[in-house]
Every structure is written in structure tokens, then in C-alpha cells.
Design a protein around this ligand. Structure first.
Ligand SMILES: Nc1ncnc2c1ncn2[C@@H]1O[C@H](COP(=O)(O)OP(=O)(O)OP(=O)(O)O)[C@@H](O)[C@H]1O
Ligand SMILES: [Mg+2]
Length: 152
């Protein structure tokens, strides 16, 4: 398990941008953290690293939004799902097992349908307004390498 201390929104944005730049396609990144922790902010920065210029909005009501950049981004926010079974109606496998990048906010709600291999990121608030701690749980060798590259 690896951790990273973030002191400001702009540090979070720099981190997300670097993460987005390192992605090669086919990755699944899960984001967990309380309301307002910064999941959507981090996703926006990842999108920039993927070369996506389009404005990213939270897909709370649509569950998944799709963007085109250097790679496709599938941005999930599953907060409003009642159960993981609703992911079947969305055809989640088409996204998770594609050449694009899937980012899933509130991933713990749909944990049972997530691929085994993924990068789990947990966001915790610190004392200051903009302080956050990121905790990384990479599952699978490609994600272990990714985290090594990210926070070396
Ligand atoms: N270091 C930081 N990282 C991320 N966001 C920060 C940071 N510091 C301050 N913020 C602010 O915290 C808020 C985070 O909101 P955001 O929508 O990204 O959270 P969220 O986790 O997606 O919330 P929700 O659970 O509602 O989807 C934003 O207003 C952002 O500007
Ligand atoms: Mg959000």
C-alpha cells in the first residue's frame, strides 16, 4: 500500500494529470472517498492527461459519461445505483474490458462487478481545506508498475 500527501487542489490536479499521461488503455481506476473528497476533481485532471479537452461533468444521473481523447475515458459515478446488478443494464463489461480507461466514483457500491485487476485510489481529507491523503491499492502487476512510476 502506498500513500501520497496532497496539500492543495492544484497538487491534486498535477497528480491526476501525471496519472492520465501514464495510462496506456484498458485500465480501471476506482475512486473512493466521502462526498466532496475530490473524486470528480481528480477525474477531470486524469482526463486532461488523456488529452481530453471537453468539459467533464459529474455523471451522477447518467451513471456513465464517455469522452474522446488520446484514449477513450469512461467516467462512472455509481452513487445513485441501488445495487451492483444495475451495472448489467449499463453493459458495464463493454467499458471495463475495453481499450479505453474506466474511472469509477463510489466504486465500493459496485465492488462485486469490478475487474479483479484495477487501481484502487482512496481519498481522505486532512486538517486543512485542501489537504488530502491518497491511498493506492494496485491489484495486478501493471497497476503495481503504474503506482511505482507515479510516486517514485
Ligand atoms: N486537494 C484537493 N483535491 C480535490 N478537490 C479539492 C482539493 N482541495 C479542495 N478541493 C475542492 O473540493 C471539492 C471536491 O469536489 P468533487 O466534486 O471533486 O468531490 P467528489 O468526491 O467527486 O464528490 P461527490 O461525492 O459529490 O461526487 C471541489 O470543490 C474542489 O475544488
Ligand atoms: Mg463526484
Amino acid at each position: 500500500m502506498k500513500k501520497l500527501e496532497i496539500n492543495s487542489l492544484s497538487e491534486m490536479e498535477d497528480f491526476g494529470y501525471r496519472l492520465g499521461c501514464l495510462l496506456k488503455g484498458g485500465e480501471v481506476i476506482t475512486l473512493n472517498g466521502d462526498l466532496g473528497a475530490g473524486k470528480t476533481s481528480l477525474t477531470k485532471a486524469i482526463a486532461r492527461g488523456l488529452g481530453i479537452e471537453e468539459h467533464i461533468t459529474s455523471p451522477t444521473f447518467t451513471i456513465v459519461n464517455e469522452y474522446e481523447g488520446r484514449l477513450k475515458l469512461y467516467h462512472f459515478d455509481v452513487y445513485r445505483l441501488e445495487s451492483p446488478e444495475e451495472m448489467y443494464d449499463l453493459g458495464y463489461e463493454e467499458y471495463f474490458y475495453s481499450d479505453g480507461v474506466s474511472v469509477v466514483e463510489w466504486a465500493e457500491i459496485v465492488y462485486s462487478v469490478l475487474p479483479e485487476e484495477k487501481l484502487e485510489i482512496y481519498i481522505y481529507r486532512g486538517d486543512g481545506d485542501e489537504e488530502r491523503q491518497l491511498k493506492f491499492v494496485p491489484v495486478g502487476s501493471r497497476y503495481e508498475k503504474l503506482v511505482e512510476e507515479l510516486i517514485r
